[in-house]
Design a binder for this molecule. Sequence first.
Ligand SMILES: [Zn+2]
Length: 494
Amino acid sequence: MARIAVGGFQHETNTFSPVPATRADFEMADAWPGLTQGEALLQAVAGINLPAAGFVQEARSLGHDLVPLAWCSAQPSGRVTRDAFEHVSSLLLRSLQLCDGVDGVYLDLHGAMVAEHVDDADGELLRRMRALVGPGVQIVASLDYHANVSPLMARSATALVSYRTYPHVDMAECGARSTRVLHDLLRRERPATALETLDFLIPLTSQSTLAEPMRSLMEQVGAREKSPLVSLCFMPGFPAADVPDCGPSVYACGHDPTAVAEAAREIARTVRAREHEFALELHSIEQAVAIATQAPAPRGRPLILADTQDNPGGGGHADTTSLLKALVASRVRPVLAGVLCDPAAAAMAHAAGTGGRVELHLGAHAGVAGETPLVTRCKVMALGDGRFVGTGPFYRGGRFELGPMALLDIDGVHVAVASRKQQAADQAMFRHLRVEPADYAVLALKSSVHFRADFGSIASRILVVEAPGPNVADPAKLPFRRLRTGMRTKPGRG
Ligand SMILES: [Zn+2]
């Protein structure tokens, strides 16, 4: 039995978004808990598909004594403010300093956090943690599939362990793997590590493990992770980050330096050899609406339009209206769209009550260039308090707090509206408003890939739509200035 500190600080930073992540954003709950400290942390994450939850459960079953520090996350957005980064970092470090010594430290990190004053925010946190505990205490960090891993992160942690699925249905499992890695390392010498970086960015929608080449690449990584390796990770990275460490990487950790280096090189070589397989298939709004009109979906099997560029899970605001307007103007019915973040519209709907009618300037309040609100008079179909539990494989167990919600009817187009932005990746987000997504001909979802976990089985077809939004689907269209030398912005492109 060992004493293990547990903490977490997750943010995926889209440096092209002008909206920063503030301390209040980390304090607030969404689908996941808000900032939680001490013993309350263990209960706050319990039962949720989160790495910290998986770690805690596995560590308890192995009989370890846990020292909870602090845990928080915020919706993907622009850079984390200096205030938020320093506040949360010092909560983690101070509580560790006060706890009278530990044998190991586990951190639930994302790996693509950029702060206002530090490009490599995860690396800086790990560096400070290492400086505090010294070389003799093992630090294991779990990382998101979209981590942009830096040499400082690889050097500061004893071991890194990353998700292997996108949609991330294995977050809790990754936490449990982290427990086993830390358990294995507790009474051993510090292992060897290797980090291989790749020189092309991979668009988010080309990274799904439900399709090739990622499906078989990740299977290969999982199968290759055998003794003397303790961890082998391929992280395709989060491309909307204009920092030198942006990009895919392969990380290995184990007890034989030669085997560790060779495993990382081998996986990196395989990924490079399959670079040409990363396809990016995008549809314009016009193409998507034409397909929906000409080839109506069979009953119970909707056509799904992924409004990827406004996905709040990638730094979007969940309030662009171009796709929604095109659907309202089309003859395609019935349509369900969402989840649109518009607290004022939700409040007006609540004031009018179910069955009431409201005049709205819906959406487009975040200031995305060229976007204007949908001016409409619509009927309030249903209301909700935004409190419900995630039921799909991705948001499983998440105790959502999205503020007042409403379902609006705009001439047969139903729009789910929330007061806080949240990626539409769980059917519970619509069922909370008493509608069944499978009953619609078209679903327009503000999500890139995660929706596939819960909606994939009901879809007759899925189209990724290039409607306006800050989560630019094709990284080659982003105005990068600070990528490392030689980094290409698209697979198979010079
Ligand atoms: Zn991710």
